[in-house]
Design a protein around this ligand. Structure first.
Ligand SMILES: CC(C)(COP(=O)(O)OP(=O)(O)OC[C@H]1O[C@@H](n2cnc3c(N)ncnc32)[C@H](O)[C@@H]1OP(=O)(O)O)[C@@H](O)C(=O)NCCC(=O)NCCS
Length: 173
């Protein structure tokens, strides 16, 4: 299995079909999904289609939101990386609750950003969040991203972040 980056505590790696049960458990947790999309937990079928898409992208272009693995235990923590299903590069992250609040989110994001820019030459990265998701927005800020636009989803406002040098006039210019 391809490993894209390794820190002391985490691996960013390709997905494997055997990740299905663990990923399905993560997205079945209402707390994990509270600030994503319609805010509702997702069924196993959603995990199946997510992993099928990820396996396809790994085999073709090489990148997809990477699986994040906990080095010490070998557990699947969640994902971190780029998706393009909204028509631009959307940098996102999602972890099982047991791993929150210990710096993993930023650690994985910094590693995923490096790989995305240096291995896959991706540019014009954006990241979006509901404004109340303070942890997610803080990760963007710690990577040096600034607000470049706004939007809305499911009747809720969204903030969109990016790197100033890539979006000098903001998202909609
Ligand atoms: C959002 C999420 C990725 C944060 O991951 P994490 O591993 O807890 O984040 P970190 O521990 O690396 O913290 C990063 C920064 O955010 C801050 N932070 C984390 N959670 C926070 C919270 N709930 N409220 C305020 N600040 C928070 C941390 O203090 C840290 O800032 P600091 O270094 O200045 O102290 C995680 O909570 C998660 O997976 N949530 C569910 C999925 C989700 O909402 N994804 C994003 C959708 S836009």
């Amino acid at each position: 299995m391809k490993i894209h980056a390794r820190t002391e505590r985490i691996l960013l790696r390709d997905w494997d079909a055997s990740d299905l049960d663990d990923y399905a458990k993560i997205i079945a947790d209402p707390d994990v999904m509270a600030h994503i999309g319609d805010g509702k937990p997702r069924p196993r079928s959603n995990a199946e289609s997510f992993i099928a898409t990820a396996l396809g992208h790994q085999a073709t272009r090489g990148w997809t939101p990477f699986a994040v693995e906990h080095v010490q235990t070998g557990s699947l923590m969640g994902f971190c990386g780029m998706d393009d299903k909204i028509g631009r590069l959307d940098f996102g992250w999602r972890y099982s609750k047991e791993f929150w609040g210990a710096g993993y989110g930023y650690e994985a994001a910094a590693a995923a950003l490096w790989v995305s820019q240096n291995t896959f030459s991706l540019t014009h990265i954006t990241s979006q969040s509901y404004p109340e998701n303070a942890g997610s927005i803080r990760i963007m800020e710690k990577m040096g991203m600034v607000q470049i636009g706004e939007g809305a989803e499911f009747g809720r406002p969204l903030v969109v972040y990016g790197f100033k040098n890539e979006w000098p006039d903001g998202l909609l210019a």
